[in-house]
Design a protein around this ligand. Structure first.
Ligand code: H79
Length: 562
């Protein structure tokens, strides 16, 4: 038996180069209009749920329009729900008549039409398939979320489901629709290691180049790339494999008629850039209606995103992650060969200048990506005794793009930076993922080393992500121990500031900022910073379930206050 699934280098390249895909959650649930978990939430009996199929007739479905919306947004692949947790197949299945061709008046196979259109327009088609949760089938078994209103758990026999529905339907999807980019699995809770391996082998048997996301299994080391949690943007230091964030435009995956909680276009573009700068892909979701239309506000957002991608795509497609192991407060960095792309937020642009510390490479020229004839004046300095190299840009021109504008830094030679933590214009974010965690007494201590280049007062802030509905006091009821330089402080973090939508954090989490203390730094150089708490866990060895934790410790931020 195989211990590790070997990464297929050749076929992962298209994925990492594409960076941006469209997720489509579409199924019978669109007709209820309350997202894809309604059957489970309302315990709708199978017999009742099947009646929706009899009236499901998405007459306005037009594959050409959907693929065009994705393509014009700059997306290179589409992942559509072939079967979600409700068990309804959105394709012609010989295995099970509970499918869109055999049990609706629509009678067409939208996946076939999308496959043909994707081939014409040059996008990769990929299928989401709920392999463990299936509330329609009498024998599916998940560790938590089963249909217990129609079926008795103790009467279920899992292999009836696995061998007679899952394997044949995955075979259909891999043999009837041409080359498939990814089979996107979800919610594998309870699936054995042996069955996980078997499903991987089945996919590879029919299409060796088809990628599989890590959610195929809750066992470690599965999948060709890491599928982050729903709406999760990872921190630094969480692994190196290719990865992807699935993200909603509002708060829902499947069509939800009441959900007009759309993120602003600016918020989405900031998150996109953050993801790209960390080396990830973004799979951005739409939830079409039961008539077969992508909701108008979604189409409008995607048009604005497309305009940005059209101007700035060179700084996205085929780029690599930023070599700096931390976030900047002005934006983010991507790299391609000897070009370093600075994605600068327009509101930071108005400050007139940007300084990057730790930039060692000799710079040839700096210019605006969308107007390459416009040079950006720059200076390079070094302060040898603290090992500090900086690049200073003068942003004289107006920001050329909406929301975020890209400056290209062209290098003379190879990219070389100082990858230790260095404060950047008086600010640095140290992610927990890049700390060293050691046990002391009854708790763990996270440790970092950070270079401070200017004397003065520095505020230390804790950044945590809190899940909606969590009571802070239940989570934090013991002091944390903070050490900076040679001073120590015990502090109980409070919810000093809550940000519901930041560049890295979104629903169902909010970013909480807690003031931990202020320290005087009287000499410049390298300092150690340590945070001790019973809430700091050892680093996870296997896959983690993103939304399992009520509060996640994320980052220590150091900010110069004078
Ligand atoms: O397909 C989308 C979700 O349906 C699926 N993953 C994305 C891509 C998903 N499956 N499980 N979960 C997400 C986590 C389950 C969350 C739940 Fe709930 C909390 C289920 C019931 C309570 C969210 C909130 C759904 C209904 C209420």
């Amino acid at each position: 038996m195989q211990e590790q699934i070997v990464e297929n280098k050749k076929s992962i390249d298209w994925f990492t180069e594409s960076r941006f895909g469209m997720f489509i959650h579409w199924g019978l649930y669109a007709a209820i209009g309350k997202s894809e978990w309604t059957m489970y939430g309302q315990k709708i009996p199978v017999k009742e749920y099947e009646k929706i199929a009899a009236t499901f007739n998405p007459k306005r479905f037009n594959a050409k329009e959907w693929v065009s919306v994705a393509k014009e947004a700059g997306m290179k692949y589409i992942v559509i729900t072939a079967k979600h947790h409700d068990g309804f197949a959105m394709f012609k299945s010989e295995t099970e008549p509970f499918n869109i061709v055999d049990s609706t008046p629509f009678e067409r196979d939208p996946l076939k039409e999308l496959a043909e259109e994707c081939a014409i327009q040059g996008l990769k088609l990929c299928f989401y398939y709920s392999h463990v949760i299936d509330w329609h089938h009498p024998h599916s078994i998940h560790e938590h979320c089963n249909n217990t209103w129609d079926y008795q758990l103790e009467e279920k026999s899992f292999y009836n489901y696995w061998n007679r529905l899952v394997k044949p339907q995955i075979t259909e999807l891999l043999t009837q629709y041409g080359p498939i980019g990814i089979i996107w699995f979800d919610t594998a809770g309870g699936l054995s290691k042996k069955d996980s391996e078997e499903i991987v082998q089945l996919v590879k048997k029919y299409q060796p180049d088809c990628l599989i996301n890590s959610r195929v299994s809750h066992w470690p080391n599965f999948g060709d790339y890491q599928s982050k949690g729903d709406n999760e943007i990872p921190m630094y230091g969480e692994g190196t494999k290719a990865w992807e964030t699935p993200m909603t435009l509002n708060k829902s995956w499947g069509y939800n008629e009441q959900d007009d909680n759309y993120k602003t276009t600016e918020s989405i573009i900031r998150k996109m850039v953050t993801i790209f700068s960390k080396g990830g892909n973004l799979l951005l979701n739409v939830g079409p209606t039961s008539l077969g239309e992508i909701p108008i506000p979604s189409v409008e957002k995607l048009k604005e995103i497309g305009a940005w991608m059209n101007e700035n795509g060179e700084a996205v497609y085929g780029t690599k992650e930023s070599p700096f192991p931390y976030e900047f407060d002005w934006g983010a960095i991507t790299v391609k060969g000897k070009k370093v792309y600075l994605h600068i937020q327009n509101n930071k642009w108005s400050t007139g200048s940007i300084r990057i510390n730790g930039f060692k490479s000799k710079v040839k020229k700096v210019y605006l990506l969308s107007e390459p004839h416009l040079n950006v004046p720059f200076e390079q300095n070094s302060v040898e005794f603290v090992g500090l190299y900086n690049l200073h840009l003068n942003l004289q021109n107006e920001p050329p793009s909406e929301f975020i504008s890209v400056v290209v830094v062209e290098l003379e030679g190879e990219l070389q930076i100082d990858s230790t933590f260095i404060e950047q214009s008086g600010m640095i974010k140290l992610d927990l993922g890049h700390s060293i965690i050691e046990k002391e007494h009854d708790h763990n201590v996270a440790k970092w080393k950070v270079k401070i280049a200017e004397k003065g007062k520095y505020e230390i802030r804790l950044i945590t992500y809190k899940k909606a509905g969590t009571n802070w006091a239940d989570e934090f009821n013991q002091d944390m121990i903070l050490r900076f330089g040679n001073k120590t402080k015990n502090v109980l973090p409070k919810e000093d500031k809550i940000v519901t939508d930041s560049d890295n954090c979104q629903y169902p989490y909010s970013e909480v900022q807690s003031h931990l203390g202020t320290f005087d730094i009287e000499t410049i150089g390298l300092f150690s910073l340590e945070l001790g708490s019973n809430r700091i866990k050892e680093k996870a060895k296997g896959p983690e379930i993103w939304q399992a934790e009520a509060v996640k410790i994320r980052t220590i931020q150091i900010i110069k206050t004078n």
